[in-house]
Design a protein around this ligand. Sequence first.
Ligand code: CA
Length: 264
Amino acid sequence: MAPEHTTAAYDRAVQFGADYIELDVQRTKDGVLVVIHDATLDRTARGVPADCTGRVAEKTIAQIESCDAGTWFNATYPALARPEFAGLRVPRLADVLTRYAGATKLYIETKEPESYPGIESDLAAVFRQNAISPGTAALPRVFIQSFSKASLLRFKELDTGFPLIQLMSAMSPSAIIAQLPDVRTYAAGIGVRKADVTAGLIQSAHAACLLVHPYTVNDDHEMLSLLEMGVDGIFTDRPDQLRDAIARGPDRPAGESGCIVVAR
Ligand code: CA
């Protein structure tokens, strides 16, 4: 609906009632955490090639903030293009926290963490500086997600209290189930491919007090079918459709499992 990882996209997510906005974090050469999916600028940034192509880790924040993060979207998706998307910037994580902390909750991924030694403590420092704490609401203010177990364990050692989500790439439901006893020792849930979700997997995860959040679901029928299976949340590019699907989907008895979402 709008260029990914920009204020235009996050504003729409908030407007459509998303419980969380999802952000991927990379780190500039001079140590600033920025919100961008890819480790390189090439796909979603435009500008002077020396500043706006290549690895985020090799650019300064000044170089990255010179790049346009919306023009690529207008060119790639002409039917969704809007003039105001041109000129959008790659946001700093700190600015996203400031802008959205009161409006929605945050679901933050450490992306390619092995390329950024110490990114977990950098992240914790940004939370501290912006007074972001786990909170006491039924839904935590922040989830930390990663495909890297090592990164999640490093984050856990920092003892911030933020719940962790272990992302899993393509894997059979039985292979995922086999990992749950280990995952539950440090994480509050799993993020799995929608194609790998079965009712049995959800049942096993819930029995281990683990949340199940499938990615990335943009089709109404798939949303409804996953909600009926009992998933706890859904990653989507279409929060408007998901709101409708939740309204039409099954009633969920609250607190039935006896599980509380906690940082382990
Ligand atoms: Ca992500």
